[in-house]
Design a protein around this ligand. Structure first.
Ligand SMILES: Nc1ncnc2c1ncn2[C@@H]1O[C@H](COP(=O)(O)OP(=O)(O)OP(=O)(O)O)[C@@H](O)[C@H]1O
Ligand SMILES: [Mg+2]
Length: 258
């Protein structure tokens, strides 16, 4: 390993070890998982003051690891880190190609991931700005996206609805629909992978996450994605006992596809 990597890795280990970590799996956030550029990017973000401590895994998914961390003034953050080796490039290029905001001149894998993360960051910014309940985006760099941590002050993350069902599904669903209406009509975006896996139950309020694949409403695939999203949540919330229908939801949101 060259000295830069060793230095970056040391720094990551250092920011990890400043806090006592009980779960040994939480320690696997350094070079065992991440490649050189990822470690360097973490190092850079830490030097710029965006991260002081990374203290554990929130989720290890197919393509990304979500870690929790602490920034300035004890602020809790979430770091979503895409692994270069296990990302689904085919899916990524499909969504990015049809998005006029992203020009994929070079199709190298790394570039595709970086565009993907940048897309997630831009989507989050746009949604946050119009007032959708999403984690506040902080910064993105290469394959890393930093955002506000959704959870309690002790660092317990809010759970996806799939794992923590709402106490009152109908109330929760109505709140979700209000969010979706803003998402689509003011954010002018379609989520594209909406389900109770990507909706957090934050003290009985929905927080929508995972907007990397979200597309602008005038994207040719937007309508199809919207219909699929609506069908998915209808199925899920009907199972939870909510009295609703596809047409009712469609008409309430009333998206304006060109
Ligand atoms: N800002 C956040 N605050 C707290 N928890 C979060 C935050 N963002 C994500 N998570 C947690 O991390 C999990 C994975 O995040 P996300 O859905 O964005 O990644 P993913 O794209 O589904 O990952 P993969 O495709 O690799 O499975 C979420 O289900 C949630 O539990
Ligand atoms: Mg997800």
């Amino acid at each position: 390993m060259d000295s830069k990597v060793t230095k970056a890795d040391k720094k990551i280990q250092e920011i990890i070890s400043r806090k006592k970590i009980k779960d040994s799996s939480d320690r696997k956030v350094g070079s065992e998982i991440f490649d050189k550029i990822t470690l360097e990017t973490l190092y850079k973000l830490s030097n710029k003051g965006y991260i002081n401590i990374l203290n554990g895994a929130i989720s290890t998914g197919k393509e990304a690891n979500v870690l929790k961390g602490i920034a300035k003034k004890e602020k809790l953050i979430a770091a979503k880190i895409y692994r270069i080796t296990t990302s689904d490039f085919k899916k990524m290029s499909y969504y990015i190609d049809s998005d006029h905001r992203f020009n994929l001149k070079s199709k190298n894998k790394r570039q595709i991931i970086y565009s993907w993360v940048n897309k997630e960051f831009k989507n989050l910014k746009r949604l946050y700005k119009v007032g959708v309940n999403v984690p506040k985006p902080i910064i993105s760099s290469h394959n890393i996206l930093l955002m506000d941590f959704i959870g309690d002050e002790k660092g317990n993350p809010a759970q996806p609805v799939k794992n923590q069902l709402p106490k009152n599904p109908t109330n929760f669903f109505n709140k979700l629909l209000v969010q979706l209406k803003i998402f689509v009509n003011e954010g002018n975006l379609i989520h594209g992978d909406l389900s109770n896996f990507n909706i957090l139950n934050y003290n009985e309020d929905p927080v929508i996450i995972d907007v990397s694949q979200s597309v602008v409403i005038d994207n040719p695939i937007a309508k199809e994605l919207f219909e699929r999203d609506v069908q998915t949540i209808i199925n899920e919330y009907k199972k939870l006992g909510v009295d609703t229908s596809y047409n009712e939801v469609y008409e309430y949101i009333n998206p304006n596809f060109n």
